[in-house]
Structures are given as structure tokens and as C-alpha cells.
Ligand binder design. Structure first.
Ligand code: TV1
Ligand code: CA
Ligand code: ZN
Length: 397
């Protein structure tokens, strides 16, 4: 905990409203807001709060959310409760609630939950605009699937779009990067008609043995936004489809090569990085084989470009590893190295102990080819990079 002085003139802010923790999607639902409690406990146990500014942002208001979302959708979202919900109601299904998958259930305090995580992303964006922070972090945000009038894939309000809209008030070009294992379709769609936001998503893409595409089923390499040459957004999306089991070295090379090329070419004045932790090995829903430090390498790489950075969470369905990763990435932002033995005085230490929970250390080995065999050959990864570079040429014309 000692020797971690905050470098002068370099400010990291941490935007977190603990009320987000007390919301439950339902006992069998993979999204567990409780992972944020674990994350906070690790961050505090390592003393990282002394290396950054802490903020407890207020919830966003209806009118703030209406900057992106339709008012009819927000009215429904703000009024629906488990008691008054009618699952066969037209509006209910049309707005993306319930359904067969029940990805977006109606639960107690839903409106409170969405306004809290959105308020934190907006508060973080304001800090970057005011130049109060160089890096602003909101681990409770990153809900990239929500559309303006539709809940999708555990996401009800798209806090990322709202934050980017704020950044656009003072930035000519904002780059959005998404390392969640799922395609960042909601953010891509929201900005498809502008050249002022470039969206770059790395994700699992493909059809499974059961014939279903991996959610949401979009984001192949040839999807680069609108095709109409009159549309300003043409060529301002880049998708990197990846197969099961990708390992640290492949992912790190892919990420640094493609992201570096995009930053060099697009030259953004602010960057938003969605750091979904479901791209880790051992994730309950994910398919990749990444270790925590390889995931953190992406944060470090982006941070080293020195542009104002909004760092947000996203997916992540093995809570102990989500907490480990986001704690590590908080440390990466403040420039601290953390010892591998977890501090033993933390609440919920049992969640990290025992062989199956990672043996009480911060960096357990998550690479597991028994769970997900690596279907990405080095040749395929090289071809993917070549195709991505080819796609980037559209930016010139
Ligand atoms: C209730 C209870 C809902 C148990 C949903 C996994 C559940 C899933 C559940 C689940 C689950 C998905 C689909 C199928 C589309 C549906 C935060 C054709 C054990 C950003 C969202 C994934 C990822 C949605 C969100 C996906 C994020 N996978 N158990 N649902 N229909 N939905 O495949 O990108 O991480 O799995
Ligand atoms: Ca992604
Ligand atoms: Zn995801």
C-alpha cells in the first residue's frame, strides 16, 4: 500500500454510487450487481482510493436520459414494477422486457438502478470535460446493448451513448472501444450516421453447435456501418469477430495492432473504453481464454495514448474475477502495481479463497483449454488484422 503516490498533474477519478449494489435481476440471472461490491472491496483493500478522487454521483434524471432515449420508452421503464407488469402486454414485449429469454426482467427498483449507473457515467464524462480528470472510471456502467426505445441483453439504458453525447459537446471526434465478449451493437447503432464517433468492438462471433448465433449475432468483419456513400457515418465502425478460446498473446497483438491503427488514423480527442470482463477465461457466459493481465493490457495500451479516457464496465459473469480485473485495471490507471496475495482483512474474502475460487490471489491462471479450445489459429488472427486494415482505408475516401 505504500509508495503509490499519485503522479502530480495526472488525475484519475472513480465514480461510484454504492446503491447500485442492492439491485437483483433474479437469482438465476447471470448479471449480478453484487460483483460491484466485490470490486469496491478489493479497490479499498489495496488502498487505491488514496491514488484517485472518489465521487458518489447522483442518479440521472428522466430528462437527462431523454437526451438519447424515447420519452415513451422512459415512461414505461420508470413506471413498470414486478407488481403492475403485464408480460403479455404489447408495450412490455415491444420495449424488450421479459420474453422467452428473460434477458431484461422487470425487478424491484429497476428505474433506480438504471438512473444510478447512468448518472455515474455522465458524472465521469463531465469530469473529463472540466479537465478535472485524465481518466474517469465507472465500473457500474457499460451497458452497450440498450437502444433508444428497447431494452436488450441485460441493458435498459445506454449510459455509454449518453456519456459520448456529453463528450461530443467539446470533442470533434470520440473513439469508442469495446472489449466485452459481446458486440457493442447499441453504441454502434446510436452513432451510425455521424463521423464524429468511431466505434470499434472486439467480440465472439459465430454460430454455435445448437444453431444459435452468439448474442447479439451482429458484428462480422464486413459490418462497417452504413453503406450509403452520402451517409457521414460510412466506414466509422470496425468490428473484430473472434472465435472461441483466444489466448493472451493473440488478443494482445490483435488489440494493440488494430486499436493503434484506428487511433493513428482517426485521431480522437477523447476515448471511451468499455472493459467488459466477460472476455476473461472462466467467465460463465464468455468463450475466451484471457488472463487478467492481458485484459488489463488493453486498458494500459489505451491509457498510454494520453487522451482523456472514460473507462467503464460492462459484462462479466464470474463475479470474483470481474472484481479482480477491475481492481487491477483501476491500479493500471493510477500507475500502481499490486501484490498477488490478496489482503486478508477484506470482507467477502471467502469469495476469492479455495482452489476453485482462485486460491486467495489477485492473478489466478484463467487460461483453460478444457473449457474452451482455441479455435483461432495465428494465421486466422493475422488474416483478421489484414482485413481490419483494409476496412480502415474507407476512412480516407
Ligand atoms: C434469466 C435467467 C436470464 C437466466 C439469460 C445468456 C438469463 C441468460 C439466464 C443469457 C442466461 C444471453 C440471448 C436468446 C437472445 C437470447 C452487459 C435468442 C445462462 C453487457 C447479454 C447476453 C450480454 C444476452 C450483455 C444473451 C453484455 N446469454 N441465463 N442470455 N435469444 N441472450 O442469447 O454484453 O455482457 O444464460
Ligand atoms: Ca465487444
Ligand atoms: Zn458481454
Amino acid at each position: 500500500e505504500y509508495g503509490m503516490e499519485k503522479p502530480r498533474g495526472y488525475n484519475v477519478s472513480f465514480h461510484y454510487n454504492p446503491h447500485v449494489e442492492y439491485h437483483h435481476f433474479g437469482s438465476s440471472h447471470p448479471m449480478k450487481p453484487w460483483r460491484l461490491t466485490l470490486t469496491k472491496q478489493l479497490v479499498l483493500a489495496y488502498g487505491l482510493e488514496y491514488c484517485m478522487e472518489l465521487y458518489e454521483p447522483r442518479p440521472a434524471t428522466f430528462d437527462e436520459l431523454a437526451i438519447f432515449h424515447d420519452r415513451e420508452y422512459l415512461s414505461f421503464l420508470s413506471n413498470v414494477t414486478p407488481q403492475n407488469a403485464k408480460p403479455d402486454d404489447q408495450a412490455y414485449l415491444a420495449f424488450g422486457f421479459g420474453g422467452d429469454s428473460n434477458d431484461c426482467p422487470v425487478f424491484d427498483g429497476l428505474w433506480n438502478y438504471v438512473s444510478i449507473y447512468s448518472g455515474a457515467s455522465m458524472n465521469a464524462a463531465y469530469n473529463l470535460l472540466n479537465k478535472q480528470s485524465d481518466v474517469a472510471i465507472n465500473w457500474s456502467g457499460g451497458l452497450h446493448h440498450a437502444k433508444k426505445n428497447l431494452a436488450s441483453g441485460f441493458c435498459y439504458i445506454n449510459d455509454i451513448v449518453l456519456a459520448i453525447q456529453l463528450l461530443l459537446t467539446q470533442n470533434q471526434r470520440v473513439l469508442y472501444i469495446d472489449i466485452d465478449v459481446h458486440h457493442g451493437d447499441g453504441v454502434e447503432a446510436a452513432f451510425e450516421s455521424t463521423d464524429r464517433v468511431f466505434t470499434l468492438s472486439y467480440h465472439k462471433f459465430g454460430i454455435d453447435r445448437n444453431g444459435y448465433p452468439f448474442f447479439p449475432g451482429t458484428g462480422n468483419i464486413n459490418e462497417m456501418g452504413p453503406t450509403d456513400p452520402a451517409n457521414r457515418g460510412k466506414g466509422h465502425s470496425l468490428n473484430i469477430p473472434i472465435d472461441d478460446g483466444i489466448d493472451d498473446d493473440q488478443y494482445k497483438w490483435l488489440f494493440k495492432t488494430v486499436t493503434g491503427a484506428v487511433i493513428d488514423k482517426y485521431n480522437p480527442t477523447a476515448i471511451v473504453l468499455q472493459s467488459g470482463a466477460d472476455s476473461l477465461g472462466g467467465d460463465r457466459l464468455g468463450r475466451f481464454n484471457l488472463n487478467i493481465k492481458a485484459h488489463g493490457f488493453c486498458v494500459e495500451t489505451v491509457k498510454n495514448y494520453g487522451r482523456p479516457l472514460l473507462l467503464i464496465g460492462g459484462g462479466g459473469y464470474t463475479p470474483r474475477n470481474v472484481a479482480r480485473t477491475w481492481c487491477h485495471e483501476t491500479a493500471v490507471c493510477v500507475g500502481a502495481e499490486l501484490h498477488n496475495d490478496l489482503p486478508t482483512h477484506i470482507p467477502y474474502i471467502q469469495a476469492f479463497q479455495g482452489t476453485e475460487n482462485g486460491g486467495g490471489i489477485l492473478y489466478p491462471d484463467l487460461h483453460n483449454t478444457k473449457r474452451h479450445e482455441n479455435l483461432n489459429t495465428d494465421v486466422k488472427v493475422r488474416k483478421l488484422v489484414e482485413q481490419a486494415m483494409e476496412n480502415l482505408r474507407y476512412l480516407e475516401g
